[in-house]
Design a protein around this ligand. Sequence first.
Ligand code: C2E
Ligand code: MG
Ligand code: MG
Length: 601
Amino acid sequence: MTSPMPRPPRDPKPADESDGPVEANPQEIRLLLVEDNPGDAYAVETTLRNLSKPGYRVVRAQRLGEALMLARNDEFDIVLLDLSLPDSQGIEGVQEFARTTTGLPIVVLTGLEDDEVAVQALNHGAQDYLVKGEDNARVLRRAIRYAIERKRSDEHVERLATTDPLTGLANRTLFRDRLEHALSRAQREKSRVALLYLDLDRFKAVNDTFGHGAGDALLRIVSDRIRLAVRESDTVARIGGDEFTVILESLGEPTQAKPVATKIAEALALPYRIGENELYVTPSIGIAVYPDCAGDAESLVRNADGAMYAAKLQGRNGIQLFTMDMYAQSFRRLEMEGLLRRALDEDELYLAFQPRVRLSSRKIIGAEALLRWKSAEVGEVFPSAFIPIAEDTGLIVPIGEWVLRQSCVQAVKWQRRGERVVVAVNVSPRQFRQPGFVKQVADILSETGLPPGCLELEITESLLMTDVQGCEAMLRSLRDVGVCISVDDFGTGYSSLAYLKRFSLDALKIDRSFVSGICTDSGSAAIAHAICGLSRALGLEVIGEGIESEEQAARLAAEGCDIAQGFLFSPGLTAGPFSDLLEHGFRPVSHIALGTRVNAR
Ligand code: C2E
Ligand code: MG
Ligand code: MG
């Protein structure tokens, strides 16, 4: 935590009572005496003057208001506080002092009859009390010393309860407390508070690879860097393993928070030298601003967390400001999750088949099965909106099985009509990794009677690269079953070519983004060219996807790519219209598009 901590009181050395005049010395105790009665004040000051070491520098105030002002503007080690002042009576003064000058030990001065009040004062933040008239040198010195010590140990206990032992930052408890205070202050002062919610990308990998010692060392450096990137008065807290929060106060505009987040992100992106290793981590940061994004502490935390999650989804190392749109999205996400659970049972899912065409003959040789969901409540939902939810929740496993079975059933129907259509099914990473996937594929093939060579599984490039060994074995088993394997959206996922040749693959699908730029953008054209060359070198088929114009088709053909899909030929069609197409061949695209939804991502 970087907000001002009370200055630790210096160690008061035992006094030597025999000595002469008080000299300013670095160990002197700075004492604020709050006493309106000149006689009582004189008695205390004289007694203190006679205690030479450690020496006391006394500043006197006669009213509570004046004393509070002095305490705010100057540093004191202790306050001696009379409980009967012109502007305050009883423990009220103690309460005010304890509230506004946290960290300053308080010794109250009471009359002989005021035992009851003295006890109350102790309960409200005073460390000790002195009865006037009994404040001789020994008693006074003991009380001062005791109060300073007690305050110090109280603070130590409090620090233990409120700081994170690994980094010394505020812990979750202190963070919540500071946030509540910051919001009340902002409400009073009509200012803004920004909450930054920060999570380290791939921190788990550091722990797993280099051990927990390295992980801890990294977290300590991270916390130092965050601390240095913000103002002294901003609260930085560690609220979970690799989760940090920063409270930025007194903001004028919500936009003022982003530059701070950028500064933190830049500081954290620098290399970390830990032992022999140089490590790199980046943060994802979500920002929510009070009162713009939330009206209370709990919602502010939730929304900053939501924004952080959105930053992660958009690719790591991002900064995302919370928007009301995001709230709607998270709400929709929850709602959609419930609806999706029912979609299978309610028969709301169906398949569209996009023809796969041989460019040289324009004949349909296959179809990609694309999942569709028409929800009774919300209407048609795009796969890009619901597949990630199905993947996150694990619903993709039963849904994927359904897609696989339905696709095979349909392909068998076409086969019975004399049409050989290879059906390609998208397989999500979660589905692919589930135990028993190979057996499931084999069972569905034998159950439906589809020859294995008529089924193609489309997997993603990133799946291959995250678990090379696991995938290698899985692909070999699938190859044994006899199905074909293609890599979808190829070119977007940093494939290592060395690995690529180890896998049993049949085809690479050039990602739509490269096809769409093939005639207009030299970078896309170069990548498409490279993928075609690579496929040839590895003995794989190459499939162009997302072809929308004759020009693109011609360019692909010139690169040696003969198999293609795209709106130029047809969007995804339900089984009926697809069967018509098989029978009659292509009609003008606009005619087909009229009767079916054109699926744009
Ligand atoms: P994908 O596998 O790369 O599928 C191609 C997507 O591009 C489809 O979008 C398709 O409708 C669209 N598309 C095809 N030709 C063109 C074109 O010429 N221009 C344009 N603009 N778009 C074209 P869709 O159906 O929205 O599917 C999006 C993604 O959802 C798919 O990308 C695939 O990753 C995933 N998906 C679809 N069905 C399934 C499924 O059954 N299981 C799994 N796991 N994922 C699926
Ligand atoms: Mg696909
Ligand atoms: Mg694709």
